[in-house]
Design a protein around this ligand. Structure first.
Ligand SMILES: Nc1c(C(=O)O)ncn1[C@@H]1O[C@H](COP(=O)(O)O)[C@@H](O)[C@H]1O
Length: 132
């Protein structure tokens, strides 16, 4: 089992999560980075999460625009999910922030700030959760 699964909604998010990748390497946290979109490839996302329910201790899900990904991940997986809104498009991440923050009850996602600061705090929070 690895510590963290990092999910991003698009290949175009890779640069945005690079600071988290570097921080996890620095902290020797084991992780995989995968690209799955709830909007575009829902069935593949569901299949991957079901097949890997016991492969990771915690999930970081980062996406821009209308960011369904973290909430959908939290609705499928039983692991803690940390959501990170990324800067993309005309609203510069506010759209993603509200999408991740305002989830219905029973679908918990720990929502970080927008962009680089949020991506780094996701790793810091994950490290604390993993130590509990
Ligand atoms: N928010 C989502 C989801 C999702 O939530 O399922 N899938 C893609 N995206 C976001 O769309 C933006 C543009 O993606 P493209 O560059 O592929 O058009 C990305 O920031 C991605 O996270």
């Amino acid at each position: 089992m690895k510590d963290i699964l990092v999910l991003i909604g698009s290949e175009s998010d890779k640069d945005s999560v690079q600071p988290a990748v570097e921080l996890m390497k620095e902290k020797k946290i084991s992780f995989d980075l995968k690209v799955y979109s709830a909007h575009r490839n829902l069935e593949e996302l569901q299949k991957f999460l079901r097949e890997n329910e016991d492969s990771y201790r915690l999930i970081i899900a980062a996406a821009g625009l209308s960011a369904a990904l973290p909430g959908v991940v939290a609705s499928i997986s039983t692991k803690p999910v940390i959501g990170v809104p990324l800067v993309a498009g005309a609203l510069s991440g506010i759209d993603a922030l509200l999408s991740i923050l305002q989830l219905p009850k029973g679908i918990p996602v720990a929502t970080m700030g927008i962009g680089k600061q949020g991506v780094l705090n996701a790793v810091h929070l994950a490290e604390r959760i993993l130590k509990v």
